[in-house]
Design a protein around this ligand. Sequence first.
Ligand code: 2P0
Length: 353
Amino acid sequence: MATEKWVLMVTAQTPTNIAVIKYWGKRDETRILPVNDSISVTLDPDHLCTVTTVAVSPAFDRDRMWLNGKEISLSGSRYQNCLREIRSRAGDVEDKEKGIKIGKKDWEKLYLHIASHNNFPTAAGLASSAAGFACLVFSLAKLMNVEEDPSHLSAIARQGSGSACRSLFGGFVKWTMGSKEDGSDSVAVQLADEKHWDDLVIIIAVVSSRQKETSSTSGMRESVETSLLLQHRAKEVVPKRILQMEEAIKSRDFASFTQLTCTDSNQFHAVCLDTSPPIFYMNDTSHRIISLVEKWNRSEGTPQVAYTFDAGPNAVLIARNRKVAVQLLQGLLYYFPPKSDTDMKSYVVGDNS
Ligand code: 2P0
């Protein structure tokens, strides 16, 4: 390692992902191991993403991190687990131009500075830890020359936030729950790449920008402890649904994809209602959007739009193609006209054309 002062840095950008078969419930809280498999679609990198720069220098005296410009603590176990796992896999790094040589062992004595930004307004209530932890792990792996494939990296990102493991890949991604106690087989795998089904357009209708009252982490803990429906869902429903969804994605069967996506979202929210005390993530506007899409799909005779809602009231709408997306946006603006800046806004996030 050269003795003079230097800084080596890497910047990466990682999009968030939207689950079409939901992850809800952990069998191991520390390692973040889920009670069922899940499937998601990763958004385009230009939308709803995190940009992270990681830097290393002998001038740094401790690990530090800034999120959207504000310093945050790295003392939590989720950050510590990710940093430890990455450091333990660090390789030799050489930058001939700068005359920097870092040996494997040197990483134990070097500290990191991390700056992370979400390119999506946090006020929209869609900020997700998925893109954040995926980007952190990916950028650190690049900086430290960690020679692991994305699935192995996904198992590290998973320890930051469960859904983060799915953001290590583009396109359609499955998070396999795994069966090993140490979580080494609880990894993400790509089912289909970004180009496989690029007709789809994803529209996010921001219903409320308010912070959710129950975090996903505590909500799923309460569901695991109290909901019998969650047990039934994890054991009996999701395993079959995962196979059906894999088939629907493979064959680009939009009717089947829509039926599975909508039903799974509704069951996830039914589990939330079955939790004691019940958790309400959707509101009246969310329910009105569901009714609108259901009526439209029925009147067309064949599904045009799939809906899915995460741990909040905002609608994620997946249109079968660009033409349908335009009609959908017109419908949303007609039925939910924005009265002011703070009213519902729609963000088209999946339009590649
Ligand atoms: C999902 N959600 O599959 C589901 C659907 C929300 C509803 O993953 O505790 O932030 O960090 O593992 O990943 C949100 O949960 O929770 C989530 P932790 P995470 O996308």
